[in-house]
Design a protein around this ligand. Structure first.
Ligand code: ZN
Length: 267
């Protein structure tokens, strides 16, 4: 059933509150949009805390991001939303925020690209990192262009993340899955490094998507998600290693170097 514009406004305010309560935005960060029809997009305006919006605060913009109606001004990041709608006719809603753990990965120059968790592999495939682009300029969306057709969740270097779906709830849940994945990945890194699943298991999970009714775009691009037996696993952007990692103390390292030098007759 098609919702009324009022209902869509209420949906955006509800998601805005969730995004704010989760701590994925500070002050007036982030923006949420819903495609109302072929010509109109309902959007959060600039300068409003997403947790404290009223339904009437929202504005309507056209396909190019120009304001059609509403009191407040449009966000400088509206082009990111219109670009996603232009490239993906299947997408009806876009959620952009700065969830701290995922944004931490984006700030460290790391994508969430390892094949670690079944739900993430089925739902998102992986979350690649788009290069940095100055907000409010076309540079913001440029690094995302090759990724938008293939993925439903992107990290934005030194900025945040964007997720999109068939409705605003699906877009929101993708961001929730992504941030949860980022938290688990961080804990795994602290415990000595995440261990990816092998390709055979990853392919089984990707094949099971139809069974779960998942219409994810990412279909197991080479390296996204990266399996433990993929050739580039050792040099993964996600920061994990394929070879076994071991640690030595400073004195053990000196002893090893001494030994090697003695064996070569240098020392
Ligand atoms: Zn932003």
């Amino acid at each position: 059933m098609v919702k009324t514009e009022r209902e869509y406004r209420e949906d955006i305010c509800k998601i805005g509150q969730l995004v704010f309560q989760k701590g994925w935005v500070a002050a007036n960060d982030g923006n949420i949009t819903i495609r109302l029809d072929a010509e109109r997009i309902l959007a959060t305006p600039t300068g409003v805390c997403k947790g404290m919006m009223q339904c009437d605060d929202l504005i309507i913009v056209d396909r190019k991001g120009n304001k059609i109606s509403g009191r407040a001004e449009r966000t400088s990041e509206i082009a990111m939303h219109t670009t996603i709608y232009d490239m993906r006719p299947d997408i009806k809603s876009v959620v952009h925020a700065h969830p701290p753990v995922a944004t931490g990965f984006a700030t460290a120059g790391k994508g969430l690209n390892l094949a670690l968790l079944p739900e993430v592999i089925i739902g998102l495939g992986c979350v690649p990192l788009a290069g940095y682009g100055l907000p409010g300029t076309p540079e913001l969306t440029e690094p995302m262009l090759p990724l938008i057709p293939k993925y439903d969740a992107l990290l934005m270097a030194n900025h945040g993340a964007v997720c999109y779906g068939e409705d605003v709830f699906k877009a929101y849940f993708k961001m929730e899955t992504m941030e949860h994945f980022a938290r688990i990945s961080l804990v795994a890194e602290l415990l000595g490094g995440a261990k990816a699943l092998p390709r055979l298991e990853v392919d089984k999970l990707l094949d099971s998507r139809t069974r779960y009714g998942v219409k994810a775009k990412s279909s197991g691009e080479p390296g996204c998600p990266l399996a433990s037996d993929d050739p580039s696993y050792g040099g993964a952007a996600g920061g994990s290693v394929g070879e076994e990692r071991f640690y030595v103390t400073r004195s053990e390292l000196i002893a090893l170097v001494d030994e090697a030098m003695k064996a070569r007759g240098v020392a």
